[in-house]
Design a protein around this ligand. Structure first.
Ligand SMILES: Cc1ncc(COP(=O)(O)O)c(C=O)c1O
Length: 462
């Protein structure tokens, strides 16, 4: 056995023995080797055997500028030489100040203050706590509840998980934090209200008003929604959706939190996803793409109006984390945003998204493909048993299709993407923002081959 082979086999074996992979069925690694990713460059990553994959998911909706950018490593190195760590508890440091100021400049309206966190889930948790304390300071202590959308993912800590709308990942941890209410998702493909009409009637947005009235407006603190919802499959807002949501929030004095952990930093062609749809949030939560994943960082952007009561007298937001605003992460974020501006990745996404979308649309002739949706560099393909009836898979069929067939074959074909059924089965794509027609071609031709074969195999299995 050659040394290199032993090393790679050993790595997988040690991973299977000691490393607890997230959201992973560990028993599966008794039969299958743990894939170990050892290197990345541009839109590609390589595993321990030297096999190359196109990273069609940017790691986890994160690696905006692509893999292997030395500028970001240099920024981390230089910052750790200068000041590796210091907290922002009553102190400030240069990279955090610079980053907060540039994010405030880039954000819509008066979102002028940033509270940094170590991750996206922490940002969501922090925004809910901020909303609760804000209302207590404003003399409305009963405003504690939050409203979010069915199927939406907002994180896994107990507060963020309560806001999350995916039943399957919540039930094992119940009881969760009370007062987290769910409303409809704009799901035009399967909408019973207006899916058969030419245009959306915005009943999905009006569901928010109904819930606020049912709960009692004086009990609702905030609404959390993504600009374009990931889980369930890239649900883009229908025309006028966000304007209606903003109006409803204003009518009942409920804070609007735009969870842009995925949708910020170019994923939709703008610095912030809310800018694409032209609405003004009271807070924005962000993470992932702010550093392109070269270091962990998240945060909450807060409007002057929400910050105001925290600036008076002895008032203080009672929240803090050792690794919020980590200097190395902030320095990496600054270097990452420099790169994105220098290479105009925002413009690049806007210029190329139409090509990506129309290439994906060509897959609609494959029997398993029900819908293709999304915007920017963020798409989902919903799979159906039958195109005419939009037939849904039962649990056994979905298990066979997603985990038994598609995931291994897409991986064998060298494409990393997500084949998942937190709602109906969908394949999600969000490549690095440097991707262009060559990468789209690889993605679409691979999907055509694998989904085409899967359609035949599914028909034979029935
Ligand atoms: C919209 C949204 N919010 C929050 C989170 C949680 O972020 P993290 O995994 O950094 O805790 C995610 C993670 O994917 C997300 O997509």
């Amino acid at each position: 056995m050659c040394y290199e082979f032993r090393m790679t086999t050993e790595l997988s074996e040690r991973a299977a023995r000691h490393l607890w992979m997230h959201f992973s069925r560990l028993a599966g690694f008794r039969e299958h080797e743990v894939p170990v990713i050892v290197r990345g460059e541009g839109c590609s990553v390589w595993d321990q055997h030297g096999t190359r994959y196109l990273d069609g998911l940017s790691g986890l909706f994160t690696v905006q500028v692509g893999h292997g950018r030395p500028e970001l490593g240099t920024a981390a190195h230089e910052q750790s030489d200068r000041l590796a760590y210091f907290p922002t508890w009553n102190f400030a440091h240069e990279p955090a100040i610079e980053l907060a100021a540039r994010l405030a400049d880039a954000a819509p309206g008066d979102l002028n203050r940033v509270f940094f966190t170590p991750s996206g889930g922490d940002a969501v948790e922090t925004a809910w706590k901020l909303a609760r304390q804000y209302w207590k300071l404003r003399g409305q202590p009963s405003r504690t509840k939050v409203i979010s959308r069915f199927l939406a993912y907002h994180g896994t800590s107990m507060g963020a998980l309560s806001i999350t709308g995916v039943p399957a990942i919540k039930t094992p941890f119940e009881p969760l934090v009370p007062g987290a209410i769910k409303v409809q998702t704009p799901y035009r493909y399967r909408c019973h209200d207006c899916g058969h009409l030419d245009a959306c009637t915005l009943r999905c947005a009006d569901d928010l008003e109904l819930r606020i009235q049912m709960e009692g407006p004086e009990t609702v603190a905030a609404v959390f929604m993504e600009p374009l919802q990931n889980t369930g499959g890239a649900f883009a807002p229908p025309e006028g959706y966000w304007q209606r949501v903003r109006e409803i929030c204003d009518r009942y004095d409920v804070l609007l939190v735009s969870d842009e952990v995925i949708c910020a930093f170019g994923r939709l062609g703008y610095v912030f996803g809310s800018q694409r749809y032209g609405y003004q949030p009271d807070m924005i939560t962000f993470a992932k793409g702010v550093t392109s994943g070269y270091a962990p960082l998240g945060g909450v952007m807060i409007s002057d109006r929400i910050a105001e009561p925290f600036l008076a007298d002895t008032s203080m937001f009672l929240q803090g984390q050792t690794f919020g605003a980590h200097p190395v992460s902030c320095a990496v974020a600054n270097a990452n945003l420099d790169l994105m501006e220098r290479d105009d990745l925002y413009g690049h996404v806007r210029r190329h998204e139409g090509t990506f979308r129309s290439m994906l649309e060509t897959l609609r002739d494959i029997p398993l493909v029900g819908d293709v949706r999304g915007e920017g560099y963020f798409y989902a393909i919903e799979l159906v048993t039958d195109q005419a009836t939009k037939g849904a898979f039962d649990d056994d069929q979905a298990e066979w299709l997603l985990r038994g067939y598609l995931s291994p074959r897409l991986s064998e074909a060298g494409l990393i993407c997500r084949a998942d059924d937190r709602g109906e089965p969908v394949i999600t794509l969000s490549p690095p923002l440097i991707a262009g027609p060559d990468e789209f071609e690889f993605i679409v031709s691979t999907l055509r081959r694998v989904l085409g074969d899967a359609s035949v195999a599914f028909a034979a299995r029935r």
